[in-house]
Design a protein around this ligand. Sequence first.
Ligand code: PXL
Length: 260
Amino acid sequence: MTIAGSDSGGGAGIQADLRTFAFHCVHGTSVLTCITAQNTQGVTRVDAMSAESVTAQFEAVMTDMQVGAIKTGMLLNQDIIKTVAKKLVAFGFGNVVVDPVMVSRAGAQLIDDEAVKTIRELLIPLAAIATPNRYEAQILADMEIKTLADMQTAAQKIYKLGARSVLVKGGGMLQDLRAVDVWFDGEGFEVLKTEVIDTNHTHGTGCTLSAAIAANLALGKPRFQAVVDAKNYVTEALKYALAIGKGQGPVGHFFPLLSK
Ligand code: PXL
C-alpha cells in the first residue's frame, strides 16, 4: 500500500509508487492524501483529501486485503499525518516505510512547519525504515549535513527518534556523495554506493525508492536487502529516465525490462 499524493505529471507520488509496485510484481493499493497539479517543471496547485477520506480509504483496504507492507509519502498536513499515524497504530501495522516527504530533492519545502513537527513526533517512531533525503534529515536531526560523517550522525539521531532503521539519502548532495546513502539500524552503519547516472531527469526518485523498498518488504526480503535491491532498481530506472516535458523528466520505471 502507498499512502501518498497524486502527481498529475505521472512522475512522482502515487503514480510512481504503483508503477514501482507493478514492476516488482506486487499488487499495489493506494490511499490518496492530496492531488497535485504538476508537470516536469513544478507544482501549480495542491488539494488535500479530507482526513475522513484518508481514513475510509485505509480502512477499506486494510479490513479486506492482506497488506504486506506500507509506504507513506507526501502526507501534506498535520491532520492527515495524525490520521495516518493513528490508523497505523490502531491496526498494529509495523512493516512501514516512512518517506518523510517535506523537502523536494531540489530543496523546496513541500509541507508546512506544523506538519514537519508531527512527522517527527508521530510518524518517525512508527517507521520500520525511514528514508529522508539530505534536507529532510537535516530537519529531523536538527543539524547541518555536509559530509559522510554528518550523514551518519543524522541517521543515528533519527534512529533515536524511534525509527527502527534509517536510510539517509545523499541524492541531493554534491560531488562524491551524489549516489551515496547511509544506513543505520541501531547496530551498525552501512554506506551504500552506486554508480552516478548523469541525468537531469530524476523526478520521482525518492518516491520510487521508498515504494521499491516496501515492495521488497512485502516480498519477504529482510530490511537491509530490501533497501539494497531498491537502490539498484532506482539506478536502473535512472538509466532509462525519460526526457519528456520541458523540465525534469521521470525515471523509467519499466524500461529496465527493455534491457532483459
Ligand atoms: O518526491 C516528493 C513528492 C511526493 N509526492 C508527490 C510529489 C512529490 C514531489 O514532487 O509531487 C505527489
